[in-house]
Structure formats: C-alpha cells, structure tokens
Design a protein around this ligand. Structure first.
Ligand code: ADP
Ligand code: G6P
Length: 471
C-alpha cells in the first residue's frame, strides 16, 4: 500500500459519486465549505486524502484527483443512515449550531459513529508513513484522534473542527460527552474557527474530564494537547483570477441582462440547511416588498439553495417550507416574466459561481449560526473592482474577520430588513472602501496562510510541511 507523510482525513472526499439522470455513476465535486477549502490546498501535493465517496457499498478505487491520492473508506447503508445522517447530522450538527433544530439521541447512532470512526482510524494507520502527520477534519470524526494514537503512537495528529463548538450547557446534553472529548484529546493540536470555541472546549475538558485545561493547552495522560483558533479561508487569488476572466465578466453581464437589467440584484448562495437562515431572509425580503421599500420592478433576488442531506427529516421539512414561501412570494408580488425571486437548486461550476458573484450588487449571507461561511469570503474575493456590498450575519464565523460588512442579527426581523435596505442603498465610495479592506484581509489570510499557521503549530520542526503547502 502506498504511504504518505501527510494524510488529511475528512468524512467527504473531494469527489462525490452522484447519480446522473440516466442512472450512470458520475463523479462531481463534493458539496460544502470543507472541500472548497481543502481541495485547492492539497492539489498537486503528495498528500493522501482519506474519506467517503458519497455512496454506500464497497469502496470504489478512485484515481488521483489533481495529483492528490484518494483513499476511500466505505459506508454500508446502515453506516450511512446511523453515522452520517444520524449521529453526525441529526445529533451533532444541530447541537453544535446552537440547537436551532432539536438534536436527536439514539444509542444505535452512537454505535455506528464509533464503528465508522474506527474504520477511518484504521485507514489512516495503514497509509501514513512512520513519523508522519495525520490531519483529521470535522465533527464526523471526533473519535479518530484517540483511536489513531492507540494504533500509531509514532504519528503527529491534528484535529480541526470546521463547525462551531457549542457552549458547555449545550454540549453537556450529549449522553456520550466524555467519550467525545477524550476522542478529540487524542490529537496533539486541536483547532477551532474562533477563540470562543477553544474557550468552550477548555471549560468542558476541565469540567468533564477533570484535567488542567486552558484556552491554549490541556494536560492529559502525561501529554500536552495544544488548543487554538485558526479561522479557515479560501484560495483568494484563484477566485479573484476567475472573477477577472473575460468570459466570466461576459457571463455576469449576460446573467444580469437575463434578469431584465434591474437596478439592484441581491444574491444568496447556501446549502439548503436550517442553519443558513433562508426562511428568515425570505420573510424579511417579502415584508420589504409588501411595505413598498423594495420594488420588484427594479430589484431582483436570486436564491441559490442546493439540496443537502436530503433524507434527514429536518432538511425535508425545510426544503418544503422554503419552496412554499418562494412560491407564495412570487405568486403575490411577481408579474409575468418578472418573478420577485429567482430560485435555483442546481450545483454550479466555479466559473458560473464567480459570474453570479460578479453580477450581484448585494450578497446576503444571514445564517443563524455558521462555523465560518466561505460563500461570504468568495464573494469578497470575486469583487475585484471593489464594488458590491456584503450583508453578513453576526453569527457567521466570517463576521469576526469581515467586520466591514453590513452586520445583522438574523433573529431580529426588523434589523434584518434595515440591514438589507442599508446594503441596497450603500454609498458607492463607502461600499468600495469597505470591500477593499475586506479583500486586502483575504489576500493576506487565505487558505495557504491558514494551513501554514495550523501545520507549523502541529509540527514544530516540520520543514516538510512547508514544502508541501507552497505558494
Ligand atoms: P457550508 O460548508 O456549510 O456548505 P460554506 O459557505 O462555508 O457553507 O461553503 C459552501 C461552499 O459550497 C462554497 O465554497 C460555495 O462556493 C459552494 N457552493 C454553494 N452552493 C453551490 C452551488 N450551487 N454550486 C456549487 N458550489 C456551491
Ligand atoms: C459543512 C461541513 C462539512 C460537510 C459540508 C457538506 O461544510 O463542515 O464537513 O462536508 O458541510 O455537507 P455534507 O453532509 O454534504 O458532507
């Protein structure tokens, strides 16, 4: 078996075996921010990416993708139901996002989570060179660090959580809270998006495990586990270059033309997820139209919402509600050939996304809770002429960095409406100054700077890692 000195592990591989309309298997880029962040970073490096390819049954043997070796971990239909849809996405996901939907607890889901985490740990143990580095990603795999340490004490093990880490009073609801914390503590470095997540983690470790813990380090089993905040980012230069391409600029103009050349275009791009605040945003928009503050004749909203986790009940309910509301708003306020909202559920390639970003005057990103939100960063990177305004929820991790955005509390309907109006009516010079400051920030703090800061903290004498993650 081929071995690597750097192994990255996530529930998702960068490709997903979606089924084509004719029933054939076709490989597509996987959804979500984790893949958007890691893929540009790892391509053309000798790293191995361990993950699941999106289907159930035996693991397909995948060719390298952009020079990255892929190692597939299979999920059975029961693993898919109980580990992925169950414990990961119906227990942990809602709990870690402020319980905006009720987390469910089932013993069978926990058993599946343990089983799948063990399988991932065994895969990493098999493909990592002696003394190598394994970087475990996200909430699906929190038991892997400790399991892997037992199997391979020679490795450096990192863990990074892409989603929020909840306050102690929420985490304490988890029946297996101690096991989860012990799992994470198998790592040498535990990274979070934001400093207060590291603080929550330290408080929990002190309380539940009863060992000395600060926001920077934990002493456990005779080892020091380092803890810190490492806000994830995007390939800023790549998005800026894409958005500046003449064909993308032409496509943006055509899109705008197809919308009837309105005065204002508001865009939202989300996975169809109850954390993203889609319903609250639609309500705010609809009230602004009803009150006459926004006129359908000169303002158009484009809502892109790719279906996600489609068999999980809460996601089905959300999709039905969103589609009903879009239908209601269009029925009530649209005119023939002039809908109030253009609603799209398709996945787009990167160039089409860049064209959408370039076309929009306002990007409305209003999650109720979000670990980071890379869509917000992509929009800023794409505004190469410094035009456009970003309406951003205070509860997205990105708000800590993009403080020049129009910040709103999505739970406050009146505040959301005022924020949307302010973003629509922004003074161009002020908007340009804000956008420039945010773009400069993202050119400095891009995905490579994220990886460098994390990996150099994980592997103090790791010259190898610097070579791998090059500019
Ligand atoms: P999350 O990880 O919760 O989905 P993020 O905003 O961090 O949220 O990341 C979403 C990623 O998915 C972004 O990189 C965005 O470009 C991508 N994306 C969202 N919608 C689409 C779509 N319709 N087609 C292709 N990519 C999309
Ligand atoms: C978020 C999570 C990722 C996940 C992605 C898409 O970004 O942090 O781990 O891959 O959503 O969700 P999915 O369930 O389709 O993998």
């Amino acid at each position: 078996m081929r071995q690597s000195s750097l192994v990255v592990m996530a529930n998702r591989l960068p490709v997903d075996d979606s089924v084509a309309p004719d029933g054939a298997c076709e490989w597509r880029r996987s959804p979500g921010g984790l893949v958007s962040a890691l893929h540009p970073l790892l391509k053309h490096t000798p790293a191995t990416w361990i993950g699941w390819a999106g289907g159930t049954g035996p693991a397909p043997a995948l060719p390298d993708v952009d020079g990255v070796r892929l190692h597939t971990v299979p999920l059975t239909p029961e693993d898919f139901r109980d580990h992925y849809e169950g414990f990961a996405n119906a227990t942990l996901w809602p709990l870690y996002h402020d319980a905006v939907e009720q987390p469910e607890h089932h013993r069978r889901w926990w058993e599946a989570y343990q089983r799948v985490n063990r399988r991932f740990a065994e895969a990493a143990a098999a493909v990592t060179e002696p003394g190598g580095v394994v970087w475990v990603q996200d909430y699906h795999l929190q038991l892997v660090p400790a399991l892997l340490r037992d199997l391979r004490p020679d490795l450096r093990i990192g863990f990074f959580l892409h989603v929020p880490f909840p306050p102690p009073e929420l985490f304490m609801q988890l029946p297996r809270r101690a096991e989860l914390l012990r799992g994470i503590l198998g790592a040498d470095l535990v990274g979070f998006q934001r400093a207060h997540a590291a603080h929550n983690f330290a408080q929990l470790v002190a309380k539940v495990i009863g060992v000395p813990a600060t926001d920077r380090q934990v002493e456990v089993d005779g080892r020091t586990v380092r803890v810190g905040a490492f806000p994830v980012s995007i390939d800023t230069a790549e998005m800026a270059a894409l958005a500046a391409r003449p064909d993308v600029v032409a496509r943006a103009d055509r899109l705008r033309n197809d919308l009837g050349d309105p005065e204002h275009v508001i865009l939202s791009v989300d996975r169809m997820d109850y954390t993203k605040g889609i319903e609250q945003r639609l309500k705010a928009y609809s009230e602004l139209i009803a009150s006459g503050d926004v006129k359908v004749q000169d303002t158009v909203m484009v809502q892109v919402a790719v279906p996600s986790r489609e068999r999980v009940g809460q996601y089905q309910i959300l999709r039905d509600r969103v589609e009903r509301e879009v239908g209601r708003i269009n029925g009530e306020f649209g005119r023939v050939g002039e809908p109030a909202i253009h609603y799209l559920t398709q996945p787009f390639d990167r160039a089409e996304l860049a064209a959408l970003y370039r076309m929009a005057d306002v990007l409305a990103v209003t999650p109720l809770r979000d670990g980071m939100n890379l869509v917000a960063k992509e929009y800023v990177a794409a505004r190469v002429d410094d035009s456009g305004t970003l309406l951003l929820s205070e509860f997205a991790g990105a708000a800590a960095e993009l403080s020049q955005a129009y910040l709103v509390n999505p739970h406050d309907l009146e505040g959301l409406k005022q924020g949307l109006l302010a973003a629509l009516q922004a003074d161009p010079a002020d908007a340009a100054a804000r956008m420039r400051a945010m773009r400069e920030h993202l050119h400095r703090y891009d995905i490579r700077s994220w990886a460098r800061s994390y990996l150099s903290a994980l592997d103090e004498n790791g010259s190898l890692l610097h070579e791998m993650i090059t500019d």
